[in-house]
Design a protein around this ligand. Structure first.
Ligand code: P61
Length: 457
């Protein structure tokens, strides 16, 4: 792996809350055993998400001070547009308040009722917007992605046979939805060779390819690390090559771009871009701010420049990997290989005694919080939600807890403490019962659902 270290100095720090087990128990009850419903003041180490939780650099904070808060035509928009064109290569840039704003717009423009959208595993918000627009998402990721023990280097790859079959059987496919590092599969990368093959299939059928570029820079690091022929290419070159294989992208800048809020939609087709700008004013705000302040646009522009730095992305990926290796060395089952933004615990193998509808991963996330005040996230049956046709739970093969590492925020010592806590929870696994869902919201239920522990019945 080679030595790595954080390529920055820390200039400002924030005190973190230290709590007792009794306080955490009370907090968890109040939060309905859902880590999304905890207050951050009740959390010691917050590994819920890497979304919007990044530490900005001094250059980004300086950029915040040159926000041009004009309603229309803010100079910061043109800066962002230039940064996106340079790094991602899309001619047309429509800012949105965050990633799902871009997903909403592209889904509404491209999808007609009854359309099929194949993709390399679902993402919660992406699929929901596709469904709300009348589409049906079909998973065409390679089989290895559903097996947490498979060490395939590119588990984000599309299964080309599955893709061809879906296209054959569908009445219409408006676009193929491809994500760089697949979040729900464990932060697993897609190879350039696979993306090129997807492009070829798309071209043969006259179908667009829309990239979820949220963590495309993390994906570029894996391509450089694992794909023959890319060892000597820069992250910036690999990113541009990735995007060049697609017709457009949705972006949550809250991840790769090292900011706390923001997103954008990137497109090549001027006609589509005009439609997107028009919908932007309906849902987000004028097309030169898209629900963001001028200062946010500037911070994203600077973040994009910093995010393609090799030393930055290497430290980011290797910090996550070190955490994963420490957890794995303690004998805890995790998703292999360790992905880009998080370590994913395999709750199915940890709580072997629990059926999936006793919400093993939800319980595991709660137990880790109880043990050490570390906040993580369920990525299993609760996240998968219900099938809109049948109303039944979807039963995903992966029943995981995501331990997500924000960029430039925590030290490796803190992450070691998290690894120890996971080990302690794992050792107590045999005694742990499941949960019952007592409140279930209609959309994206995992954010707001409430649970009660089965031992209390
Ligand atoms: C996350 F529990 N991700 O990973 P927005 N695409 C991809 C994402 O990872 C993503 C979005 C689009 C989050 C936040 C979050 O089920 C959840 O800027 C690959 O969040 O709107 C967001 O971008 C959407 C957490 C979202 C979730 C949905 O933590």
């Amino acid at each position: 792996m080679g030595n790595w270290f954080e390529p920055y100095k820390i200039k400002a720090v924030e005190r973190i809350p230290i709590t007792t087990r009794e306080e955490r128990r009370a907090a968890l009850e109040e939060a309905g055993w859902n880590t999304f419903l905890l207050r951050s003041d009740q959390v010691t180490i917050d590994l819920l998400t890497d979304s919007g939780t990044n530490a900005m650099s001094d250059r980004q904070w300086a950029a915040i001070m040159i926000g041009d808060e004009a309603y229309a035509g803010s100079r910061n928009f043109y800066r962002l547009e230039e940064a996106v064109r340079t790094a991602y290569g899309y001619e047309h840039v429509i800012p949105t308040h965050q990633g799902r704003g871009a997903e909403h717009i592209i889904s509404e423009i491209l999808i007609e009722a009854g359309d099929t959208i194949p993709g390399n595993m679902y993402f919660t918000t992406t699929r929901l917007h596709q469904e709300l627009a009348g589409g049906i998402f079909v998973d065409v990721i390679c089989e290895e992605a559903h097996d947490p023990t498979s060490r395939h280097p590119f588990k984000g790859d599309v299964d080309l046979d599955k893709l061809e079959k879906v296209i054959e059987q569908a009445s219409r496919v408006p676009y193929i939805s491809v994500a760089g590092t697949v979040n729900m599969a464990g932060g697993q990368p897609v190879s350039m060779a696979n993306l090129r093959a997807v492009r070829a299939v798309a071209d043969r059928h006259g179908i667009r390819v829309i990239l979820d570029a949220t963590r495309a820079i993390e994906n570029a690091y894996f391509v450089k690390e694992r794909e023959p022929g890319y060892e000597d290419r820069t992250i910036a070159e690999i990113l541009l090559e990735t995007c060049n294989l697609t017709d457009g992208c949705t972006m949550s800048a809250k991840k790769d771009s090292l900011v706390n809020i923001g997103g954008w939609l990137g497109l090549r087709d001027p006609e589509l871009a005009a439609q997107a700008r028009n919908l932007c004013v309906v849902y987000e705000g004028l097309h030169t701010y898209g629900g963001l302040a001028g200062r946010d646009l500037e911070a994203i522009a600077v973040g994009i420049e910093e995010s393609v730095d090799y030393h930055h992305i290497r430290a980011r990926i290797l910090q996550v990997r070190e955490l994963g290796e420490e957890i794995e060395a303690a004998g805890v089952p995790i998703v292999e290989p360790i992905g880009g933004h998080a370590v994913f615990l395999d709750a199915r193998r940890i709580y072997e005694h629990l059926p999936q509808d006793a919400f093993p991963a939800q319980r595991l996330a709660a137990e880790i919080y109880l043990d050490s005040g570390t906040r993580t996230m369920e990525r299993g049956i609760v996240s998968a939600g219900r099938d809109p046709e049948t109303g039944q739970h979807r039963y995903p093969a992966l029943e995981l807890v995501r331990i997500t590492v924000p960029r430039r925020v925590y030290t490796s010592k803190q992450l070691s403490a998290v690894a120890s806590s996971v080990k302690a929870v794992h050792e107590r696994r045999a005694e742990t019962p499941g949960l019952e869902m007592v409140f279930e919201p209609t959309y994206l239920r995992f954010f707001q659902a409430r649970f009660s522990p089965l031992e209390q019945r």
